[in-house]
Structure formats: C-alpha cells, structure tokens
Design a binder for this molecule. Sequence first.
Ligand code: 173
Length: 317
Amino acid sequence: MKPILLGLSVLLLTNAATAQEVTLRAVTAFTENTTYSRPFEHFINRVNEDGKGILRINYIGGPKAMPPFEVGNALKGGVIDIANATGAFYTNVMPEADAWKLTERPMAELRQNGGYAAMAAIYAQKLNAIFLARLVDNNPFHLYVNKPIATTDLTGLKLRITPVYRDFFQAMNASVMTTAPGEVYTALERGVIDGYGWPIHALFDLNWQEKTKYRVDPGFYNAEVGLIMNLDKYKGLPAKARAFLEREALDYERRNEFWKTYNLSEAKRQAEAGIQTITFDAATARAYVEKAKEVGWAGAIKASPQYGPQLKKVLAP
Ligand code: 173
C-alpha cells in the first residue's frame, strides 16, 4: 500500500503547484534579441527560473508577432499580459507615456517625489496598466543624418520619427515620417529619408551603421523602455506571485546605471564604424537642447492639457 499512497500524494502536490502557477503572455515592441529587448528577455528567464510554481512568463516574441504600435492596445485589452515597450509606441492609447523622455530624474527619486505616482494614475486610467519598471534609462536620443548640416535649420530634410522627435524636428523645419524601427533600414537604403531619430545605442542591431553618415551631437531627452503589465491581470495575481514579480522588476530598474558606461562604448563603436559626428558649438548646442525641452513640454501639455502641467512639475529637473 505504502508506495501507492506516496505516489498519490506526490501527484496531488504537483497538481496543487501547477494550479497556482500563473502564466503571463509577453511581447516586446523591439526586435527580439536586440539591445532594448535583452533586459526584458533576461528578466523573463530569471522569473521562469526562480518563479517555478509561482509564475511563468510565456514569451510570444517581438515585432513579427505584433506590430510595435499595437502593443499598447493589446495590453490594455488583455490580449497580452506583460510587455516591453517605450511610451512613444503607445501614445495612441496614452499620450502622456511619451513624457518619460522628458525626465532626467532617477527612478528612485521619481518613486519618492510623486512623479511615479502621477504617471501610475494615468497608466491605470488610460492604459489599464501598471508600469512595473524602467528597464532603459540614462541615455540620450540623437539626430542621425546622411547630408551634412551646418546649422539647426533642417529645412529640406526628411526624417524618420516616432512621437519622441516629432515636435522638435518639426520646430527645426524638417519634414517627418513615422515608422517602426523595423522599417528604418529600407527607408535609408531607398533614400526615402535623409535621417532619423534614435538613441545613442543599438544602431548596430539592425545594421543602420551601413546606411548612416553622421550623428549630430549633443543628444537630447532620455530614452525610456519600460516593463508594463495589464492592471486586471496584475490585481488578479496571487499575493505571492505579485510580490515576487514586483521584487524582480525593481531589481532590474536598479541596474540602470549600466547605460551610462554603455553610452560611451557605443559612441566609440559608431566612430570606428565610420559614422562622423557633427558637433554644434557650445552656444548652439545649449540652445538646441533647450529647444528640445521647450517644444517637448509644450507638446506634452498640448497632448494632455489635463495632466501635462502636473507631470512637468514632478518629472522636469
Ligand atoms: O526611435 C524610436 O523608435 C523610439 O522612439 C525609441 C524610444 C526608446 C528607445 C528606442 C527607440
């Protein structure tokens, strides 16, 4: 009798464990196994290793599985449970999400000063989501061009954008065209665009160095990629799973100092690949960065008269 009873109780225990284990469907808005997806993929692997019996993340994939600009709606509606995306990709659902780019305050500070709380309320209301962690921080965007420019007047240039760069590039008289990252290489190759906005990193992921002549310095804003989760799903997690997930997410957010050193190595790598820098003189550079901020906040307030002014108070340095 004994062995049979033992076998039965093991079976019952295993069933109880799998019944409790929650599975989350995950998507990334950036190409799989590239710079801005890797922290997320790392996170998934660790959750799946350490969270056995509690939580499992089923990684569906990247832009091949779901177009980047559709991730916000899919998360809101619960088609997916958890996502890796930047705010600019889901402004169609939550215009305020693009305002992360305008803060230079560390997340630890924003979690204390009301900045995170202000954003969290909007994530709940508009995206039906919780912003679990910022996975990319401390890195500037740049303008990359294939025609030399001598001033900040970009008249005659056609630039690829996302909402991040729209108001700023238009304020400098560029004409603009929105595309997902996956379309940039072909647009450059065909000469459909004369340049694009993108962070200092990850140019090499999709081989844009082959089609890029100049990076314009200085950079501006602060690129954000975040871990976001459907709020209903989050609230429905067993307490143990929720605590585990939060702990893991925050652990990744604390690693964001890493990007500062990576910025330097990526700039060097671009130079080695033959990308020349166009550097404005000190006064022009100051005015350029100021202009970016000014039109950035004006755009944020125009996009959200309701929350823009309040966000500026807590996010702006
Ligand atoms: O240029 C982009 O596609 C964009 O908006 C972005 C934002 C954060 C990280 C990388 C790209």
